[in-house]
Design a protein around this ligand. Structure first.
Ligand SMILES: [Zn+2]
Ligand SMILES: [Zn+2]
Length: 255
């Protein structure tokens, strides 16, 4: 991940309100196209210049070559209200996962947590992050389905991390294969598989257990087949069902 600064310069004061709307819509379209990460944008205004500080997956993420039809439409609107802009990379985030550089990943894994700003799409081979704009769009020329799932997953993970309100609800949503959250997650995996032709796995979080032995005997919750791996995949996943494209771990309480 990188931090970029985009400076928007407004020609004159006449269109100030329209300009602010245009900047927000532009940043929103970049987010839904995977070019900008997170949902909170820091914007500072001084005179006729607005500076936005953005998290982006790669140094060239804001390049026009990644734009979709919505980004192109918003670019046109910026021009219409008299805004010009310039992107500048401030630097690399010191503590972030590496980007996948595999030529043709054999599989993908959808994975995030309550604090991650990164794309939830991971390479199944190297577990590196895959920026969403690197795969064909999955929902109406955007990644709306993936970004909404990520936001819902992080809401559930926050509930279980904070342990104050809805902790049980959050855990159940993340761990049951037939919860509303998991159904949504499995659907986006199907959408990604369909868009890319690459099988995409969904991770089921596991928290409680009846002991290590019972954990090791656990079967795929969807098809009932054995799914314990000989050794953990990417140090996280102990279980994998290649029929249902599901992954899970030995309960963190006994692992
Ligand atoms: Zn990779
Ligand atoms: Zn299965």
């Amino acid at each position: 991940m990188f931090i970029a600064e985009t400076a928007f310069t407004l020609k004159d004061k006449v269109n100030e309100e329209l300009a602010e709307d245009a900047i927000n819509s532009f940043l929103g379209s970049l987010r839904m196209n995977g070019q900008v990460l997170g949902k909170e944008f820091l914007i500072a205004k001084r005179g006729l210049i607005y500076r936005a500080f953005l998290h982006i997956p790669e140094a060239d993420s804001l390049d026009k070559k990644y734009a979709n039809s919505y980004v192109l439409r918003e670019l046109k609107k910026l021009d219409e209200v008299g805004l010009s802009f310039l992107h500048k990379i401030i630097g690399k985030e010191p503590d972030c996962s590496s980007i996948c550089v595999c030529n043709s990943p054999g599989s993908y894994i959808v994975f995030t947590d309550y604090i991650s700003l990164e794309s939830p799409l991971r390479c199944g081979d190297c577990f590196g992050v895959v920026p969403l704009y690197k795969i064909p769009r999955t929902y109406d020329d955007e990644y709306y389905d993936i970004i909404c799932w990520q936001s819902d997953y992080q809401a559930c993970d926050s509930l279980q991390m904070n342990c104050l309100t809805g902790e049980r609800f959050g855990k159940q949503q993340m761990s049951r294969h037939n919860s509303s959250l998991s159904k949504q997650g499995i659907q986006i995996c199907n959408n990604i598989t369909k868009a890319t032709g690459i099988k995409t796995y969904y991770y089921l979080y596991r928290y409680s257990s009846l002991g290590k032995k019972a954990e090791l005997n656990r079967r795929c919750p969807s098809c009932g087949k054995e799914w314990l791996l000989d050794k953990p995949l990417h140090k996280i996943f102990d279980f994998c069902c290649n029929d249902c494209l599901l992954l899970s771990n030995i309960s963190w309480s006994v692992r």
